[in-house]
Write a protein that binds this ligand. Sequence first.
Ligand code: FDA
Length: 347
Amino acid sequence: MLRRALLAAAASDQIRGLLTGTQAARAIVARYVAGDNASDAVRVARDLRAAGLLVTLDYLGEDTTDALRAAAVAAEYVTLLEKLHAEGLTADGAVEVSVKPTAVGLLLSPGGANGVAPRSIIRPPRGVPDEEPSVSGLQESESGEKIARENIERIAAAADSAGTTVTIDAEDHRTTDASLRIAARLRERYPGVGSVVQASLRRTETDVRALAAPGTDGAPRVRLCKGAYNEPVSEAFTDAHEIDKSFARCLRVLMEGPGYPMIATHAPRLVRIAAALGLSREPGSFEYQMLYGIRSDEQARLAASGARVRVYVPYGGDWYGYLVRRLAERPASLGLLLRSLYPLGGT
Ligand code: FDA
């Protein structure tokens, strides 16, 4: 309930202006974000590699409404991959990249005008009717799906040349079909391209069964996370316990399948379930993933135990949407931020 309210409030331009302008927000951002540019990202990746951790880098930004901007985001990833390769960080996929389809054009039409109404970074609260058309409802030729696929293909080609790969992040449910289609299509040429599924979506158990079915789509890399977006109740579980149960069901399907599961959670109980299921898999045939700045001690503990652990590291100046999703998961941090904006006893 609180999470919903926070995400809804954060959609206001006034609150965005207030938050992004404060020192307190900058301090919280510094915890979760590597820095403003690719050099910061490379530096953090180097440090994490030295600590025995794998890395995926995310250039922050989403809901791009301009084709030139979408192409520039793809170009940023290509340059980043070249820098990482030059530093020897990409060998065997040790450092890879994560890309949001809406950052590289999923919401655009080929002419540059929006094919789908641009959305605010923050989705409507759960339960609010879904009035925007699904990206999956458009033909690829008349939607941004083709633009996004071509941009991600450029990134996948650069990743392949550097000896690493790309994972396609999951955004809200309106983008799920298109994102899964783009990944499946790119895997025909670049089998390492990863998909992300969200346990909070009701459809996900069916999606993971398809992804884990031998022969349908190779043996893909699949990241399972809970899902960070506000979704209508028709599409998503809203109860935390229901989401955990869905996560455990999807996890079992992936761990019993032929692909490479990437278990993205900080929740201790889900990590324990994954470890138990992992006992019947080949060592190194799955990995844990956690976010930069969250449970770093647990990341180190798992890596020291011999597990593969990848840290998701965002960088770039467009951090507002990412920060708000992290704050909504951790209302205590938001409390600190609000207190700095409206100090008790202040004028
Ligand atoms: P949960 O939120 O229950 O957290 C478990 C524990 O972790 C908490 O009790 C706390 O100790 C700690 N914790 C969690 N969040 C914290 C925070 N912000 N600050 C401090 N401590 C915190 N989502 C999505 O929709 N699409 C995507 O592509 C991805 N990609 C992705 C990659 C990776 C590597 C991770 C780890 C997560 C994502 N997510 C994501 C986000 C994910 O969907 C989810 O919102 C968060 O991981 C929080 O859920 P947990 O499973 O960690 O559980």
